[in-house]
Design a protein around this ligand. Structure first.
Ligand SMILES: Cc1cc2nc3c(=O)[nH]c(=O)nc-3n(C[C@H](O)[C@H](O)[C@H](O)COP(=O)(O)OP(=O)(O)OC[C@H]3O[C@@H](n4cnc5c(N)ncnc54)[C@H](O)[C@@H]3O)c2cc1C
Length: 560
């Protein structure tokens, strides 16, 4: 390894989605030096895709609503696996967080009285999802970026963090690669906020973009940090089923929130069989299972989906409240949603599991490592309420910022461990030294993993399939250890695929092992060999960590 460049900062924020940006703003306001780095360009993080809205029990539309009911809805839909303290913090603090965004100029849709409008989302008792048409995530990012720029917080994009450096269970920096130049370098920090987002791109059919392979999860796991609830993957009921190229792209829940109905190929409004009371506004896990069952039992459309129909609404209302959906279906499926029904199918959407955090501070068991946003576990339990994740990025992003900055203020830089840094350089450049026998570009490892996850650990699971899935993952792991990458270190997509695959394999092993361990059906985790919920044995979180190079799983009490 040649000499590496060294940078330093008090608080290092990894990720520039809603959570990372909100954390950076708060850490800066506490009065420390903050640096944001991310793979994505500023304003391009996955949060940009969030459509339907962000929850806050303002009671603007339904006066009866309040944070206590929001709290109950969150716990109930999480099937009581949520960390109660986190749920309470979320529902109380989401109110201020959303109002703060409005003060910062976010163009929320308003009621006739000029208050923030609120729409229905599935499984909510009242209308409490605030929105900016169906581009809420984009509006949030724009608003936060303005605040970041106003404070002149330093930001570097196109940076891939490859590992977290920790000594005696205390973090002291990260190793990174600049994708454009191929340069390897180190950033020293007194505290780190990991906000690298979710990981459902490890599934073949997914609403997530290229980046969401779970880098943060794998990096934290490798330094011994605990993961939690990794089996809990939310399959959103309505991804696009057609055309095949776009299968999985989200058809926002706001469509159903605005009254869209689901029909099978026989024209039956089938939700009556699965949740007669809430129908299309039932919980996501219930609707995803219902659609899966309709398709499996032969009542699906020719593209293996079901119909979603919003044509009863006035086209003007559709274009005003759901402009992104209108354009998305027109462009990608040549379908005018104001006139025609659309084909939808379940798609991997959200990772309820992730890194275990302290409910109040968001710090992990690794000192100095704070976590916020979709990468964190605890809040959503076995099933996330739509609209709660944007709220989570704001509320826990802010908390991560405060507590990381406070810790940084009283912490000194630690000494660098050169041997550890050299070892990481060797790990990430190892495929360049393996000759050209097994070129990564020819073996498409990422696609192999994604296919395995969809087929063996998807919406419906059982022991036999999960075991086969684990076996397939182990085979790909062996292949990945032999795979080679050629070319230079600059803008090398094969190298990026190698790094992504290495992380995905950790994430997928944790998902499959946790899914195998949980012998019941609960929320998003649907086991056809254990159809019932078993509170006696399984009202627990599954914790996953690395011990002596092996993945160890154990049960832990839900935090009250
Ligand atoms: C299509 C879609 C619609 C949604 N709609 C809603 C909605 O209406 N309401 C709602 O509440 N939720 C919604 N969600 C969920 C919500 O958008 C996400 O949970 C949330 O935006 C996650 O934000 P985040 O800040 O945690 O992560 P992200 O926005 O995913 O940001 C992660 C950041 O980490 C960076 N990163 C990752 N790995 C590395 C690495 N190794 N090195 C450096 N940087 C790295 C990325 O570049 C990125 O900047 C939706 C999700 C999808 C997919």
């Amino acid at each position: 390894m040649q000499q590496y460049k060294l940078m330093d900062t008090d608080v290092l924020v990894i990720g520039s989605g809603g959570a990372g940006l909100r954390a950076a703003i708060e850490a800066f306001d506490v009065g420390v030096k903050v640096l944001i780095i991310s793979k994505s360009g500023i304003g391009k993080a996955h949060t940009i895709n969030a459509e339907g809205g962000v929850n806050a029990a303002l009671g603007n539309v339904d006066k009866e609503d309040n944070w206590k009911i929001h709290y109950e809805d969150t716990l109930k839909e999480g099937h009581y696996l949520s960390n109660k303290k986190m749920a309470e913090i979320l529902v109380k603090e989401a109110i201020d967080s959303v109002l703060e965004l409005a003060r910062w100029g976010l163009p929320f849709n308003k009621t006739n009285e000029g208050k923030l409008d609120q729409r229905y989302f599935g499984a909510h008792s009242y209308r409490r999802t605030c929105y900016a048409a169906d581009r809420t995530g984009l509006a949030i990012l724009k608003t936060l970026i303005k605040q970041v720029k106003k404070r002149k917080i330093k930001y570097i994009d196109g940076i891939i963090v490859t590992s977290i450096l920790a000594k005696s269970n205390f973090v002291y920096g990260v190793t990174c690669v600049n994708f454009k130049t191929g340069e390897f370098f180190v950033i020293q920090a007194k505290a780190i906020i990991l906000a690298t987002g979710g990981f459902t791109r490890v599934y073949k059919v997914s609403t997530h973009p290229e980046e969401s392979y779970g880098d943060g999860i794998a990096m934290a796991y490798r330094i011994g940090t605990e993961l939690q609830d990794m089996e809990m993957i939310q399959f959103h009921p309505t991804g696009m089923a057609f055309p095949a190229k776009y299968r999985g792209i989200l058809a926002t829940e706001a469509l159903r929130g605005e009254g869209a109905k689901l029909y099978n190929s026989k024209g039956e409004r089938f939700m009556g069989k699965y949740d007669a009371k809430r129908m299309e506004l039932s919980a996501r896990d219930i609707i995803a299972r219902a659609i899966y069952t309709e398709i499996e039992e032969g009542r699906g459309t020719k593209n293996n989906g079901v119909w979603l129909d919003i044509t009863h609404l006035d086209p003007k209302v559709i274009k005003k409240k759901l402009p992104k959906m209108y354009k998305q279906f027109l462009k990608l499926a040549k379908t005018d949603i104001t006139k025609e029904k659309i084909e939808v199918t379940p798609t991997a959407h959200y990772s309820m599991g992730g890194i275990k955090v302290n409910s109040t501070t968001t710090e992990t068991k690794t000192r100095g490592l704070f976590v916020a946003g979709e990468i964190s576990a605890g809040l959503h339990g076995a099933n996330r309420l739509g609209g709660n994740s944007l709220a989570e990025t704001l509320v826990f992003g802010r908390r991560a910022g405060v507590f990381a900055a406070k810790l940084a203020k009283k912490t000194k830089f630690q000494e660098m461990d050169l041997a550890r840094i050299k070892k990481e350089y060797k790990r990430i450049t190892s495929p360049f030294k393996r000759g050209r026998k097994l070129e990564i570009t020819e073996h498409m490892l990422k696609e192999k993993v994604r296919k395995v996850m969809w087929e063996y650990a998807g919406v419906k699971r059982d022991e036999k399939m999960l075991k086969l899935g684990l076996n397939e993952i182990n085979k790909i792991k062996k292949l990945a250890n032999k795979i080679s990458v050629s070319g230079s270190l600059k803008r090398n997509h094969g190298w990026l695929d190698f790094l992504d695959t290495d992380n995905m394999l950790v994430v997928c092993e944790a998902i499959v092992r946790s899914a195998l361990m949980r012998k019941e059906s609960r929320g998003a985790h649907w086991r056809s060999d254990y159809l019932e919920k078993n509170d006696k044995e399984w009202l627990v979180n599954i914790i996953c960590r690395q011990v002596n190079g092996k993945m160890l799983l154990e049960k832990a009490k839900v935090i009250l």
